[in-house]
Design a protein around this ligand. Structure first.
Ligand SMILES: NC(=O)c1ccc[n+]([C@@H]2O[C@H](COP(=O)([O-])OP(=O)(O)OC[C@H]3O[C@@H](n4cnc5c(N)ncnc54)[C@H](OP(=O)(O)O)[C@@H]3O)[C@@H](O)[C@H]2O)c1
Length: 328
């Protein structure tokens, strides 16, 4: 099969198209023919290996100490079941499925083998393969952050770093709950955020939102670049601060703030549960939520897609079309 293989941690040109052995499913695994995948900022961070200190050593042990092994990145996909292992009950050849690739990664390829409980079925007449591929990172993390924020109708919410994969989903979930939402990001992403339902947008390259004197019920911080203490001061009584990209010190301060003040700070990682995947799938299939797709690339163009995401211009999601729709 064809796959994009990364030789070493570094820039996008460390990745190239190769012919490698197609994987074979174990008894409880499903072999999926990938139709679409994504390039997320997280993928680029892994490729460059600019990983926060706390996670650097454990991730290097998992991903490969001197170079990535097996070196195929990509943390989410959608495709069709090709074959199933002897003990798989819930799927058959031809089923449309999507899911996270887990710590194995491997979505920049024509095929992937995964345990059946990581797969979620969907209806390709109601949701495209590329839309489905955006659910595990943007959708699950966006839903998780909004769930933690415990938003009530009319709450004043600020989402910092709203213009990317996670933020564009978080905005839409918060909107469903009736929040009044301010979004922080930059450039052309602001227009997209207004179209997705933001009530107000703030360009972080022109204005520091932590100094504008506003008070919020909830701050969801996906960018993780703002002053912790100023964000806490901007919260109303019983306000919630949700850290989507927490630093080690941020985690310790979160515990302390939640303990000694009437404000709550959350930093837990999302769980990629089947129930969350089904909930988001249903929202997209019924048209309630719309994944924002900025640009599409082919499998061969994955290095180019990484270069684009590295520019910081990505709005919402960037997808990789492995099997074009007219061939599906
Ligand atoms: N499974 C996962 O991949 C996962 C899970 C949880 C968290 N995370 C981490 O969470 C972060 C966000 O993920 P994502 O996929 O949503 O990334 P994304 O698509 O790049 O979105 C992040 C957005 O934040 C903006 N931003 C950067 N600096 C900012 C600042 N100082 N103020 C306001 N906005 C700013 C970025 O814009 P510019 O950079 O263009 O300025 C970008 O539009 C990443 O670091 C990622 O590693 C990843």
């Amino acid at each position: 099969m064809k796959a994009i293989v990364c030789e070493r941690y570094g820039p996008p040109d460390t990745m190239s198209l190769r012919d490698i052995h197609q994987p074979m499913p174990q008894r409880k695994e499903v072999l999926v023919r990938i139709h679409a995948a994504t390039v997320t900022t997280g993928d680029c961070e892994i490729r460059r290996f600019n990983i926060p200190f706390l996670f650097w050593i454990p991730l290097r042990l998992i991903m490969g100490i001197t170079r990535p092994r097996p070196g195929i990145f990509g943390q989410e996909y959608a495709g069709r079941v090709e074959t199933v292992g002897s003990d798989v009950q819930g799927f058959k050849k031809g089923d449309a499925v999507f899911g996270p690739t887990t710590m194995r990664l491997g979505a920049y390829a024509e095929f992937i083998c995964l345990p059946e409980f990581y797969l979620t079925p969907f209806n390709p007449d109601r949701m495209t393969f590329e839309q489905a591929a955006t659910i595990p990172t943007g959708g699950i993390n966006g839903l998780h952050l909004i769930h933690k924020a415990n938003i009530h109708h009319g709450d004043k919410v600020l989402i910092n770093g709203a213009g990317g994969s996670i933020g564009t989903y978080a905005l839409q979930f918060a909107k469903l709950l009736g929040a009044e939402i301010s979004c922080v990001d930059k450039g052309p992403k602001l227009e997209m955020l207004l179209a997705l339902g933001a009530d107000k947008v703030i360009d972080y390259t022109k204005e520091d939102f932590t100094k504008n004197g506003e008070q919020y019920d909830v701050i969801v911080d996906i960018a993780g670049e703002s002053s912790y203490s100023r964000c806490i001061k901007m919260l109303k009584r019983k306000g919630r601060y949700v850290l989507g990209n927490p630093s080690v010190t941020g985690m310790f301060r979160a515990i302390w703030t939640s303990w000694v003040t009437d404000k709550k700070v959350f930093f837990q990682l999302a769980k990629y549960t089947q129930s969350s995947r089904i909930y988001i799938r249903d929202q997209i299939e019924t048209g309630t939520i719309v994944p924002f797709i900025d640009k599409r690339f082919t499998l061969e163009q994955v290095p180019e897609a990484h270069r684009y995401v590295d520019t910081g211009l990505k709005r919402g999601n960037v997808t990789i079309i492995v099997v074009p729709t007219h061939k599906v």
